[in-house]
Design a binder for this molecule. Structure first.
Ligand SMILES: [Zn+2]
Length: 125
């Protein structure tokens, strides 16, 4: 199998509802997200997916969250903007676009969101 991973970053505010502790208050993170794709067939160029294309896929998702209070944005006005839920959001958004782009040749493996250098959450199915 082949895998490719790209990294993106955004700086946003959030707070956790139903949480006792520092994270119940609004604060910011310099988030990093890593999205990994997987597949067993390359294209005619020898690529699983051009890194440039994968970055284009992530761009609107990153732009949607960047420099915003994530709690104000759907679906995080209803579900907590935890690293876990943000990772799932990237996973689902990317999966949808990949199906349209590659017709199933390339699948998303996982999405990982770092809130800090030492704390991250990962989502996969
Ligand atoms: Zn936080």
């Amino acid at each position: 199998m082949f895998e490719v991973t790209v990294e993106a970053g955004f700086s946003s505010g959030h707070y956790l509802r139903n949480y006792q502790g520092k994270c119940e208050n609004p604060h910011g993170h310099n988030y990093k997200v890593f999205v990994t794709l997987i597949g067993d067939a390359l294209d005619e160029t020898g690529l699983l997916l051009d890194f440039k294309l994968l970055k284009q896929v992530l761009r609107p998702v990153v732009d949607y969250l960047d420099h915003r209070m994530i709690n104000d944005l759907r679906p995080f006005d209803e579900i907590n903007p935890s690293a876990e839920n943000i990772a799932r959001y990237f996973y689902l958004q990317t999966r949808q676009q990949l199906v349209e782009m590659t017709g199933g040749r390339v699948r998303i493996k996982d999405a990982t969101v770092y809130e800090t250098d030492t704390s991250f959450a990962r989502y996969y199915e």
